[in-house]
Structure formats: C-alpha cells, structure tokens
Design a protein around this ligand. Structure first.
Ligand SMILES: Nc1nc2c(ncn2[C@@H]2O[C@H](COP(=O)(O)OP(=O)(O)OP(=O)(O)O)[C@@H](O)[C@H]2O)c(=O)[nH]1
Ligand SMILES: [Mg+2]
Length: 309
C-alpha cells in the first residue's frame, strides 16, 4: 500500500534511464553478436556492473551466476544474461527490510531531515510537503537551517509551491528555537505533519552533531516519542560516499529511513542495490528530478521493473 498518490512507473523509468542505459544497454551491446562469452567479455560485464555502483559483492554474485548458467545452458543470448542480472538484483532487494510507508501513527507526525551539504534536503522537504498536503494532511515546515543565509528563502519558496505553512528563521538564530516554535504551533493548531529542514552537516563535525542532538531534545520536550522519523538524505551520484554517510550518521544518531536523491542525473543508480545490501536502514523515498512531483516512494519491485522493463 502506498501512502502518496503520485506514483508513476513512467516517471520512475524516465528518471532511471541513465542507470538503465548503463546496466541493460551496455551489457546487451557487449554481449550481442558474440558466439562465445569468453573471459574478456565477462571482465567487461564485471566492469560495467562495478561502474554502475551496485557494489563488489553483488557484482561477483552476478558474474558467478552468469558463469554457472553458461556452463549448463547452450543459450548465451544477451537476453539470458540480462535476465540473470535482473534475477540477482531482485534477490538483493528481496532481502531488504523495506517497510512500505504507512498511515501516520501520531499527530503531529514529526519528520526531521538530515544530511551533508547539498544532497537535496530542502528540495525533498518541498516534495514531501506537497505530497502530504495532497493526501489531505495539514502540513507545516520549519526552517531550522539557520546557518546559510539563503536557506530560509529557499524553504519559503518550496512552502509556497507546496501550499503549506512555514515557520521561518532569522539568519544566525538558534535552530532548536525554530524547531521548538514549529512543533509548538503544530500541536496548538492541530497540524498533521511537521517537516524540519536542517543545515547540511558532516557526521564528524562534533558541534554540528551536538546541534542535532539539541534539536532532538527540544522536540522531545514537547513530544516525548518524537521525532517519528529522522530521514537521512543521500545524493545518489556520490556512490561509495553515500554508503559511508549512511554508516556514519547511523552511528551518531537514530536514522529511521533513507531518501536517495538525484537518481535521474546519474548512471550510478545501482548504488540503491548496494545501499540495500549493506544497510539495515530502509530506503523510504527516491528523488528522480528537481520538480515538486519528482519524489517517489521506494518500492523494490517497481524499482527493478523500471530499470529492466
Ligand atoms: N536532478 C535532481 N536534482 C535534485 C534532486 N533533489 C535535489 N536536487 C538538486 O540538488 C540541489 C541541492 O538541493 P538542496 O535541496 O538545496 O540541497 P540541501 O541538502 O538542502 O543543501 P544545503 O541546505 O546547502 O545543505 C538543487 O539544485 C536541487 O534542485 C533530484 O532528485 N534530482
Ligand atoms: Mg537546504
């Protein structure tokens, strides 16, 4: 069951086209017309898979499976090899603890958005706000990125676009005071969803991580069980770095879910498989464009389908 109403396989396919070109088209080209799948061709396939960022372990599994099948079967068509790749990648996602997004179980439902600089936090908040509003939720966003001068304006533009309310900040204000004000208003005025934008931060910058702690404490003062979600935003273009960020953030704070952005701009969308294979934290949404409707709920089945069909 999906939460939002904007799911579109077409949009997903379009967004993942570069990744599809990389995985499906490149392998097809490599294999087509070859009478024998020799070591060199296998190396080439391996290289393609590694450069799509699906990860070393999964790549090895696929190559092993290809070898096994080539031994036992006469057919060496590109279709057969693509089928093997698809099957192995489907297995990776099948083992994920992907939980579908569900009806919000508390009110107000507090979502804290975190991540390093420029990964798409503010944009994603705009998209989320719009989706929640469209399913009839009363939404407020809090501009707790008081670090960058233009951050407040940027969130204000997104709030207007999404047609939701905002608690703005003044430059240099204490982020946790903005958070307090936002959650206070949400409780008093019966909001359903609170989305909190935060400044980009590195997991190893102690003062910024302490600031995040303070934000969480302030929320808990008003709502002991909150935040309901702390979502870590990862830029899908950054490959291995995204994995490292996920590990490091999870070590220092409670991350309940991941959002992988900018999958439209990259041929390295295979990183989603690597993240699922390596991380316990589930992927909740993926970003496939800069527009307000370009956030899709992550569903492993449709993700594979969008790449291979
Ligand atoms: N193509 C594409 N671009 C995206 C996506 N999500 C965000 N962006 C772009 O990424 C850039 C940075 O986005 P922001 O939302 O400002 O990122 P941020 O994490 O809030 O950045 P800081 O607040 O500076 O840390 C913008 O140009 C966005 O349009 C996406 O899914 N696809
Ligand atoms: Mg921002």
């Amino acid at each position: 069951m999906s939460l939002f109403k904007n799911f579109s396989l077409g949009k997903l396919k379009e967004g993942l086209s570069k990744t599809r070109e990389k995985i499906v088209n490149s392998i097809t080209e490599t294999v087509t017309g070859k009478a024998v799948i020799d070591e060199m061709t296998l190396d080439k396939i391996e290289e393609i898979l590694l450069s799509s960022d699906i990860g070393f372990d999964t790549t090895e599994k696929i190559i092993e499976a290809v070898k096994r099948n080539l031994k036992s079967e006469k057919e060496r068509s590109s279709e057969k090899i693509i089928e093997i790749v698809k099957e192995e990648l489907t297995n990776v996602l099948a083992n994920s603890n992907n939980i579908p997004n569900s009806i919000l179980n508390s009110k107000p439902y507090i979502v804290l958005i975190v991540g390093v600089n420029g990964v798409g936090k503010t944009t994603t908040i705009g998209k989320l706000a719009n989706n929640y509003r469209k399913i009839g939720k009363k939404v407020i966003v809090g501009a707790a990125d008081t670090f960058r001068a233009a951050a407040n304006e940027q969130l204000e533009i997104w709030a207007k676009r999404a047609d939701v309310d905002i608690i703005q900040s003044t430059n240099g204000a204490d982020p946790s005071s903005v958070v307090f004000e936002t959650v206070r208003k949400a409780i008093d005025e019966n909001y359903d969803v609170v989305l909190i934008d935060t400044a980009g931060r590195l997991h190893n910058k102690t003062n910024l991580m302490n600031e995040l702690d303070k934000i969480r404490r302030v929320i808990k003062k008003l709502l002991p069980e909150a935040p309901d979600e702390t979502l870590l935003i990862l830029d899908g273009n950054t490959g291995q770095n995204a994995i490292v960020q996920s590990e490091e953030f999870s070590r220092v704070t409670d991350i309940s879910g991941l959002i992988i952005t900018k999958l439209d701009g990259t041929a390295k969308g295979g990183v989603v498989f690597q993240i699922v294979a390596k991380q316990k934290v589930p992927i909740k949404f993926i970003g496939v464009g800069e527009g307000i409707d370009d956030l899709q709920e992550f569903d492993s089945k449709s993700f594979v389908e969008a790449i291979f069909n």
